[in-house]
Design a protein around this ligand. Sequence first.
Ligand code: UDP
Length: 240
Amino acid sequence: MKKTKHPKYGRILLKLSGEALGGEAGASISPEAVRSMALQIREVRELGVQVVVVVGGGNIFRGLPGSERGIERATGDYMGMLATVINALALQDALEKLGVATRVQSAITMAQVAEPFIRRRAVRHLEKGRVVIFGGGTGNPYFSTDTAAALRATEIGAEVILKATKVDGIYDCDPKKNAAAKRFSQIKYLDALQKQLKVMDSTAFSLCMDNKMPIIVFDLFRPHNLKRVVMGEKVGTLVS
Ligand code: UDP
């Protein structure tokens, strides 16, 4: 009798950068891009995997470049956090159109559009099979949505952070600039630090390292890649 394969993970946190939801060059919101991300999420939901998504906002606004152009840093960061809520709503819309039940929780209270972030409630949604989308980052300026991902993954007991990027993992140098760049299939936190490989910003990365939260960096622009990761195939780079 053929044995059916089970997913490797029961509860995952997917970190989607704003860029993944943007159109050409990652700017603004592309309904087609959002839909293709939603399709991949539905695929893993259908396997019974509990899914949390932390969305970025870089396709709309980032605080640091904003501050270089004259907007006060903290204000710019709040603008960036609001941008992540816009992305969260776009993803929610795409998922619900595909028949996937979702809830958006925001770290910045916005009662009309999203639930406030309440950890126990988020876990309950997951248990009921809903995809929980976290918007608003950590709710604090000077942080990133990668930090929000590291924090929330630990809080809600995710087994892994799946960081979606445009490249298929972590390389020893930029694969776009150097054809001889070598991809790691696996790397230890300390080695990634020593080699100064940019997996996440340092706050997010140390939070993962301190809490032994594994990170898989992979290419979500390839169809079915999320499912492959969840099924335990060797896709991308595992940092652990
Ligand atoms: N941001 C913040 N605190 C957080 C998360 C995000 O201030 O906890 C702001 C910050 O300005 C950031 C912007 O929101 O530049 C968008 O988030 P991020 O750059 O992490 O998005 P991504 O690169 O994933 O699209």
